[in-house]
Design a binder for this molecule. Structure first.
Ligand SMILES: C[S@@+](CC[C@H](N)C(=O)[O-])C[C@H]1O[C@@H](n2cnc3c(N)ncnc32)[C@H](O)[C@@H]1O
Length: 171
């Protein structure tokens, strides 16, 4: 199961993670859907290749989560982990619109706000290759995430929160 205990996809459904990497969530999602039915989009061919190797029955695609390379209504669900919290407001709006365009439901998993942590930060991170990048990062409460999505709380933990929004009408 994915973190939080929900499995993406449904009967005949599919899911896409709007931002892939080699981190834990990918393993968990691969375990959750060994029969496939998933499409995943990420920006880096190298990461997508790793994802594909862990998803023999699914399809990993290089793509921009702000301009998803999928047709309108292509999926039942979109699931994204530790990505939404990196989006400034203007990009959040675009991402939500894209998710709604391709699916009827969105699940967002992201880092929980902890005591003593600034909820919104610009921080410098160093990659394994030594390159440095300034990134935007938010730490979210479940109420905040749910409010932004207009949905419901799925999980509220010390390390991460999850929320779901189901859209009854196409965008
Ligand atoms: C913090 S990581 C989380 C990755 C993964 N979902 C996980 O939980 O392990 C955020 C990822 O978003 C990717 N990313 C950033 N902007 C993106 C975009 N516009 N489209 C797709 N992926 C993007 C980054 O390259 C990075 O791999």
């Amino acid at each position: 199961m994915a973190p939080g205990g929900f499995a993406p996809g449904g009967p005949g459904g599919s899911a896409t993670d709007g931002a892939n990497s080699r981190r834990r969530l990918w393993h968990r999602l691969s375990d959750a859907s060994p029969s496939g039915g998933h499409r995943r989009a990420g920006p880096s061919p190298a990461m997508v290749a790793v994802a594909q190797s862990r998803l023999p029955a699914g399809v990993a695609v290089v793509g921009d989560a702000l301009n998803l390379p999928f047709a309108d209504g292509a999926f039942d669900h979109v699931l994204t982990g530790y990505f939404y919290g990196h989006l400034p407001l203007d990009e959040r709006t675009v991402f939500l619109s894209e998710a709604r365009r391709v699916a009827g439901e969105l699940v967002v998993i992201d880092t929980a706000l902890r005591p003593g942590v600034e909820p919104e930060q610009w921080v410098e991170r160093m990659l394994n290759n030594g390159s440095r990048h300034r990134i935007y990062k938010r730490y979210l409460t479940s109420a905040q995430l749910t409010g932004e999505l207009g949905g419901e709380v799925l999980f509220e933990g010390q390390s991460f929160v999850a929320a779901r929004v189901t859209w009854s009408n196409p965008s």
